[in-house]
Design a protein around this ligand. Sequence first.
Ligand code: NAD
Ligand code: UFG
Length: 333
Amino acid sequence: MILVTGGCGYIGSHTVVELCNAGYEEIVIVDDLRNASIDVLDRIKQIVPSVSLHFYQVDINDEEGLEKVFSTHNIETVVHFAGLKAVGESVREPLLYYQNNISGTLVLLKVMARHGCKEIIFSSSATVYGPKNPIPYLEEMDTSATNPYGWTKVMQEQILRDIAVADPEMRVALLRYFNPIGAHESGLIGENPNGIPNNLLPYICKVAVGKLEKLSVFGNDYDTPDGTGVRDYIHVVDLAIGHVKALQYIRKNAGVLTVNLGTGIGYSVLDIVKAYEKASGRTIPYVIVDRRPGDIACNYANAEKAKELLGWTAERNLDDMCRDSWRFTEKNL
Ligand code: NAD
Ligand code: UFG
């Protein structure tokens, strides 16, 4: 059976759906609901009625709670999403991030080891490429970070590589996500952060429905075609399918798989604004403001390794991402 930590969250919920679509229909979810709603479970069931979900509201730092889950179910693989992800918050509250992301992962790995569970798929990030690598990013490049959130990803990757050295039976996938956006085409699950969003797409969605007045574009003097920041946006459903492919790969291959999950295409902030206006039929008012500290001009993936090893490429384009995001936004925000 598969355990999905953080399975009620944005990427986790879409991955549960795609695991089920691929025939893995019995899934255990552990989520303490600090950044998700319990309603997501019903919505997953509406999308994939054949799914059999076992839900536990447990913090992954709670060893006893996790122990019960592993004693109740025969967990073969863990898909590990649970973690905090806001860069700015991590700068203000580093201990919270190291505690939740690093200690939580250590507790999880300890319980996995006790139960002989040797397969883990981990949510890493393009942030591990740090500020100095040339683009496009290749998996062999050195890793580093510029903020505590990023360091937790660099450190968790290292911990997972080290345990795979110590135990050659371990099967580890380190999936480096680029910028996931969009939503399931049903409009039932998607991303709806509390408060004022930090990330571009959730912010644009709130402007589109009139909950925020205008977008602030962080700088138009970067060395990019229109001066605004360029990123590799990937549809969350493509990203979720990447996890299924990684699962199939590690079940055949022991050791550590490290792959980028991106499209290999970069779009600017203004490209995204235009695409979203087209998808929603709404105008997105914006102002140009100063650069956001810590941002880089441009990043995108070299997506060849995932294609070669997993037979995976992102199939949904920017119009699909904006259309599906708008469908979710219209219904839920
Ligand atoms: P999310 O916040 O929607 O999902 C994370 C889920 O984990 C939430 O449901 C939250 O309640 C749960 N959670 C957090 N800490 C927990 C704990 N200690 N115990 C149990 N549950 C806990 O975020 P997401 O966008 O779905 O991200 C999932 C993973 O992917 C995270 O590890 C994140 O760092 C990583 N990631 C996300 C992005 C992105 O842009 N969304 C990019 C790269 C990597
Ligand atoms: N941006 C704006 N206005 C906003 C928000 C963002 O102009 O209100 C711009 C940013 O300057 C950047 C682009 O939109 O050029 C994308 O910004 P996001 O905050 O959406 O995404 P980032 O690429 O900065 O961050 C993402 C993840 C992080 C991860 C990082 C590096 O959210 O968790 O990628 O991989 F660390």
